[in-house]
Design a protein around this ligand. Structure first.
Ligand SMILES: Cc1cc2nc3c(=O)[nH]c(=O)nc-3n(C[C@H](O)[C@H](O)[C@H](O)COP(=O)(O)OP(=O)(O)OC[C@H]3O[C@@H](n4cnc5c(N)ncnc54)[C@H](O)[C@@H]3O)c2cc1C
Length: 452
């Protein structure tokens, strides 16, 4: 990795990727497959920066029995290139598990297994990525009145480096959401920290501590947390608090599932705003605030069994909300308000887990003054073209592509894996159609005073 010094002419990358989660791993694979089939002049050079020290996909939620919510055929490549050597099937073959997986008769691998697949695939393209590198800012490099390049500043350890690109692809993923006014603390968690935090509690199988958990939320992550804590701490009471009457099942029926098809992105993109809103309302229950029916049935079975046995430690405080939470010496106290009666009840626990969802990282947050050249719609949202490129003022010649944060333009697959393989193929096509230049040219020095 070269540190750019005043007077140095940095190499210009055709593409810099921010983040190296599944979206940008898939992007790197698409580039590597493209480059393997073209001459040097047509090849696309790329560098990806990932803040984590190594590949990691929602590590805090790699619960050992949790399964994927998407078919393994919607892996990083198959929908774009069914013959790819980066497919989940090739991964299984390399692990000598292909026949065992087939006999398993499931489209939905374990989450830990898919994480291992992602790691395996990421390792095959790791010549393109710098781990332990956080992108902290992006600045324009102006030449003849136009932004010709983007300078990407990256923090690694104590030092800063700057790298230059013709195009950016931002794949910075989701951020955990806490209720307003609630901060994560030792005993107030977001579910994204579950496995990282739980080992620090002591107790565990056969132990006497901890004695009570409160899990807030009614989506898939909340239900998984309830089931996991109930199993992991066989003497603890688990209180699930949510405003619904009960968990609602995820609609994964065939017709509804078509909302995740590549063709649905075309339809959504072309549709008027009112139709977009209606589609999200109709089909939000394929993904948002819903739970796999098998898990709902499992939790209900456990609750009923405890009732029969007269040893109830799984409690569902429905039509309720946590209105206050504060740490106490050795624990935490939540105030649970019944939405039926309005009555507020204090509930002491060892830990409160907020499974209150995730939101997209602000796509423009890193762009600084470059964001001023990005166009917005009437509601102030970033305008994005069909090829996932941010619509910009004409004097910004670089392409800035988004993998995530485009639900308002491209629909529900934006933050999911379903369409990743197709999306990165479309981004690559766009880069090539816009005429990526040869990589041998060198830009002016980053420290050029006229450049900013
Ligand atoms: C527990 C859980 C389970 C899920 N299961 C499924 C599922 O089964 N099916 C499905 O379709 N979707 C699922 N999702 C949705 C999820 O968004 C996608 O699976 C996937 O993570 C999207 O990949 P991504 O690369 O866009 O984002 P992420 O996986 O979030 O990756 C973004 C990466 O960018 C890095 N990054 C962020 N900012 C910077 C920066 N400034 N500099 C450098 N690096 C940075 C992050 O460290 C991270 O590694 C799940 C989500 C969660 C939380």
């Amino acid at each position: 990795m070269s540190q750019v010094l005043p007077g140095d002419a940095p190499r210009v990358h055709d593409l810099i990727g921010i983040g190296f989660g599944p979206s940008n791993v898939a992007m790197a694979i698409a580039l590597s497959e493209h480059n393997a089939h073209v001459g040097r002049q047509e090849s696309v050079t790329a560098r990806f920066f990932e803040q984590q020290p190594s590949f990691g996909w929602h590590r805090g939620m790699l619960i050992d029995d949790a399964t994927m919510q998407v078919s393994f055929l919607k892996d990083l490549v198959t929908l774009r290139n069914p013959a790819s050597e980066f497919s989940f099937l090739c991964y299984l073959q390399s692990k000598n598990r292909l026949i065992d997986f087939i006999n398993h008769k499931s489209l939905f691998p374990l989450r830990v297994e898919f994480h291992d697949y992602f790691e395996w695939a990421a390792a095959k393209v790791d010549d393109m990525v710098s781990y332990g590198h956080e992108v902290v800012s992006v600045t324009p490099f102006v030449h003849d009145g136009a932004v010709e390049y983007l300078d990407v500043t990256v923090r690694s350890g104590e030092g800063l480096e700057t790298h230059r690109a013709r195009n950016l692809v931002i794949g910075t993923g989701l951020r955990p959401l806490m209720p307003e006014g609630v901060e994560r603390r030792d005993r107030i968690w977001h579910n994204s920290d579950l496995l990282r935090k739980v080992d620090g509690l002591g107790g565990g199988p056969g132990g006497t501590r901890p004695s009570r958990f409160i899990v807030v939320g009614a989506g898939q992550s909340a239900a998984e947390n309830v089931a996991y804590l109930h199993r992991r701490f066989p003497r603890a009471e688990i209180c699930a608090v949510f405003s619904r009457y009960g968990y609602s099942p995820a609609d994964d029926s065939g017709f509804a599932n078509r909302i995740f098809d590549p063709g649905a992105v075309d339809d959504f993109f072309a549709a008027p705003e009112s139709v977009k809103s209606r589609l999200m309302a109709y089909h939000g229950n394929t993904n948002y605030s819903v739970v796999d029916i098998d898990l709902i049935d499992d939790l209900y079975r456990r609750m009923y069994q405890e009732k029969v046995l007269g040893a109830e430690r799984l409690r569902f405080l429905n039509v309720s909300r946590v209105t206050d939470v504060e740490e106490t010496p050795g624990g935490v106290r939540a105030t649970v308000k019944s939405l039926v009666t309005g009555e507020e009840t204090p509930l002491d626990a060892d830990v409160v887990v907020f499974a209150t969802g995730y939101g997209p990282a602000d796509p423009l947050g890193l762009l600084g003054e470059v964001a001023d050249r990005c166009l917005r719609d009437d509601e102030g949202r970033v305008r994005v073209e069909r090829d996932y490129r941010i619509a910009t003022e004409p004097d910004l010649r670089c392409g800035i592509y988004l993998q995530g944060g485009t639900e308002h333009t491209h629909g529900i697959t934006t933050s999911l894996l379903s369409n990743t393989a197709i999306r990165v193929g479309e981004i690559l096509d766009s880069l090539l159609d816009r005429g990526i230049k040869s990589t041998s040219d060198e830009a002016r020095p980053v420290a050029d005073g006229t450049a900013r």
